[in-house]
Design a protein around this ligand. Structure first.
Ligand code: G3H
Length: 530
């Protein structure tokens, strides 16, 4: 495979290292005097393969982890802090200030996205732009939520002014595959609803946050956003053990989510907002438009090398069309261009986890030992930072590639005779995020859709699984998610309904009237935010 070491465009060359020497606590960027970890890209800058040094990040300890929690706790101040009691309009202004500053850092963030996680240039730009749009959409949705709440209701002789209030301190842990977008899709709604946060970036995709640290520092009151660096186990464990975290917001896998939440001593105090792993199937029915199905399955299984929780991770193809599908699909996979993220038309890019090619190779070896064949010529070709996607067929339940979420470039295909087979497999699976179903006959599709919507949370008709558009609910059943994230739902996931109730008496009503007239409460407020 051509690694494209040469011809790195001038604007994307790493001419200076990014040494992240500070961390953000109590509104201060505190210089770190201890150990640092070097950050490497698996992309080479030289003709002879060598990982590229990008910079370094602090290796913080339990002490700084607890200090960051203390800072968030102080800013929340038992619900009495400046941030949780601030007016909605003022919190929105802080967010607007942040997003304006963020937009000026697009080029820096996009460049680091490419180097740190190997995401292609168009996809890195899309991740940035989508995140900016997510922030604007969140602001608009929050305004609407506020407008809807700017009133009193009366039932049974009791007036009520009902709003949504913050939950407290949120520990926010994002994933490496969308280190900006998915992390911010947790952080932004958590913040705007009045919570305070401790945020630890993922293992890969860390330096790309450096250009944004000052924006966080400038835009929010001190202690509202705390950013710490280091190993998850070392930092998250002591934080959780204090019992002072009100929400664990994590996008990652269920094993680490379970391990982290187990440290919390007060289970009912801890809210969970989790986006976890999935094994989304693509089901190709005999009457499917094959060109369309193949196009969508290529995108669904190979975009960002399959490193998406929403990726199609197993394809069920009806036995009547499986040979035709396999042949054409395998050819299409082999035609995908591998290269560095900035190369034109590149579809497959270096894997950020150095151990990933070996893991994928293990899956291939296990499957071929149990009877599967690699259908495409390039399948399994390996270089220092990549393994070309292998299309494996016939895949059976004993194979690891059937059981495990591969989160990388390998595509298992299973054939089926009766639609009940994939339905039973989905019901048995620990996952339940999405499915893609390809077919045209309404007689078949109608009952199928009626069953599928009860096994997963999004059924994609003749299209690849995906999270977006971000206004749609993003959630899952079983080990795939807890709570729902969309622009709209995330505001609810990070808040709770809370209200003032007041008996309809002239004594109370006079007080309410004065509260409204004087506008001294940020909660009791019927203003319409424009
Ligand atoms: O890793 C999971 C992401 O939420 C996937 O988002 O479907 O838009 O690529 P996407």
């Amino acid at each position: 495979m051509d690694q494209g070491f040469h011809n790195i465009p001038e604007e994307f060359k790493i001419n200076a290292l990014t040494h992240q020497k500070t961390y953000l606590i109590n509104g201060e960027l505190i210089p770190w005097e201890g150990d640092f970890s070097k950050v490497y890209s698996t992309i080479s800058s030289t003709k002879d393969y060598k990982p590229t040094l990008l910079g370094s990040i602090p290796n913080l300890t339990e002490k700084e982890a607890l200090a960051s929690l203390q800072s968030a706790h102080k800013a929340y101040n038992k619900g009495q802090g400046l941030w949780p009691t601030m007016s909605v309009a003022d919190r929105i202004s802080c967010m607007e200030e942040f997003v304006e500053q963020m937009k000026t850092k697009r080029a820096d963030v996009v460049k680091l996205l490419m180097w740190e996680i190997g995401k292609s240039l168009p996809d890195s730009e899309k991740e940035f732009d989508r995140t900016v749009e997510y922030i604007y959409d969140t602001i608009e949705d929050y305004k609407q939520m506020d407008r809807d709440a700017a009133k009193f209701e009366k039932h049974g002789g009791v007036y009520a002014h009902i709003r949504r209030g913050p939950l407290g301190v949120v520990l926010c842990l994002g994933p490496y595959n969308y280190p900006l977008n998915e992390t911010f899709a947790l952080l932004i709604p958590a913040l705007i609803m009045g919570n305070t946060t401790v945020f630890k970036p993922a293992k890969h995709g860390v330096l790309l946050l450096s250009p944004l640290l000052e924006a966080f520092q400038n835009s929010f009151p001190e202690g509202v956003v705390n950013i710490i660096y280091g190993r998850g186990r070392i930092l998250a464990t002591p934080i959780m053990k204090t019992g002072k975290v009100d929400v664990l917001a994590l996008i990652g896998n269920s094993t680490s989510a379970n391990a982290i939440q187990a440290n919390h001593p007060y289970k009912n105090r801890l809210r969970l907002v989790l986006g976890l792993e999935a094994k989304n199937p693509g089901i190709i029915l005999p009457d499917a438009d094959l060109d369309l199905a193949i196009n969508e399955c290529i995108a669904g299984a190979t975009s960002f090398n399959g490193q998406r929780c929403t990726a199609l991770k197993v394809l069920y193809v009806h036995e009547h069309i499986v040979d035709k599908f396999n042949k054409r699909f395998a050819e299409r996979v082999d035609a995908l261009k591998f290269g560095n993220p900035w190369e034109e038309e590149v579809k497959l890019t270096p894997l950020p986890e150095p151990g990933k090619p070996a893991y994928i190779q293990d899956l291939i070896d296990d499957a071929t030992a149990k009877g599967a064949k690699i259908l495409n010529k390039k399948g399994g070709e390996t270089s220092e930072n990549y393994i070309f996607p292998a299309v494996l067929y016939p895949v059976s339940k004993e194979m690891r590639v059937y059981q495990e979420e591969q989160f990388g470039p390998v595509i298992p295909i299973v054939s089926f005779k009766n639609i009940q087979e994939p339905l039973d497999d989905m019901a048995e699976s620990n996952y339940g995020q999405q499915v893609s179903v390809f077919g045209s006959e309404v007689k078949t599709l109608a009952p199928l859709i009626d069953s599928l919507v009860n096994l997963v949370c999004r059924v994609n008709l003749n299209s690849a699984a995906q999270r977006g558009p971000d206004v749609y609910p993003f959630t899952g059943r079983k080990d795939s998610a807890v709570a729902t994230l969309s622009v709209h739902d995330a505001l609810r996931s990070f808040s709770i309904r809370t209200f003032l109730a007041s008996k309809d008496t002239s004594y109370n009503n006079a007080i309410l009237k004065e509260l409204l007239d004087k506008k001294t409460s940020n909660f009791i407020n019927t203003d319409y935010i424009l």
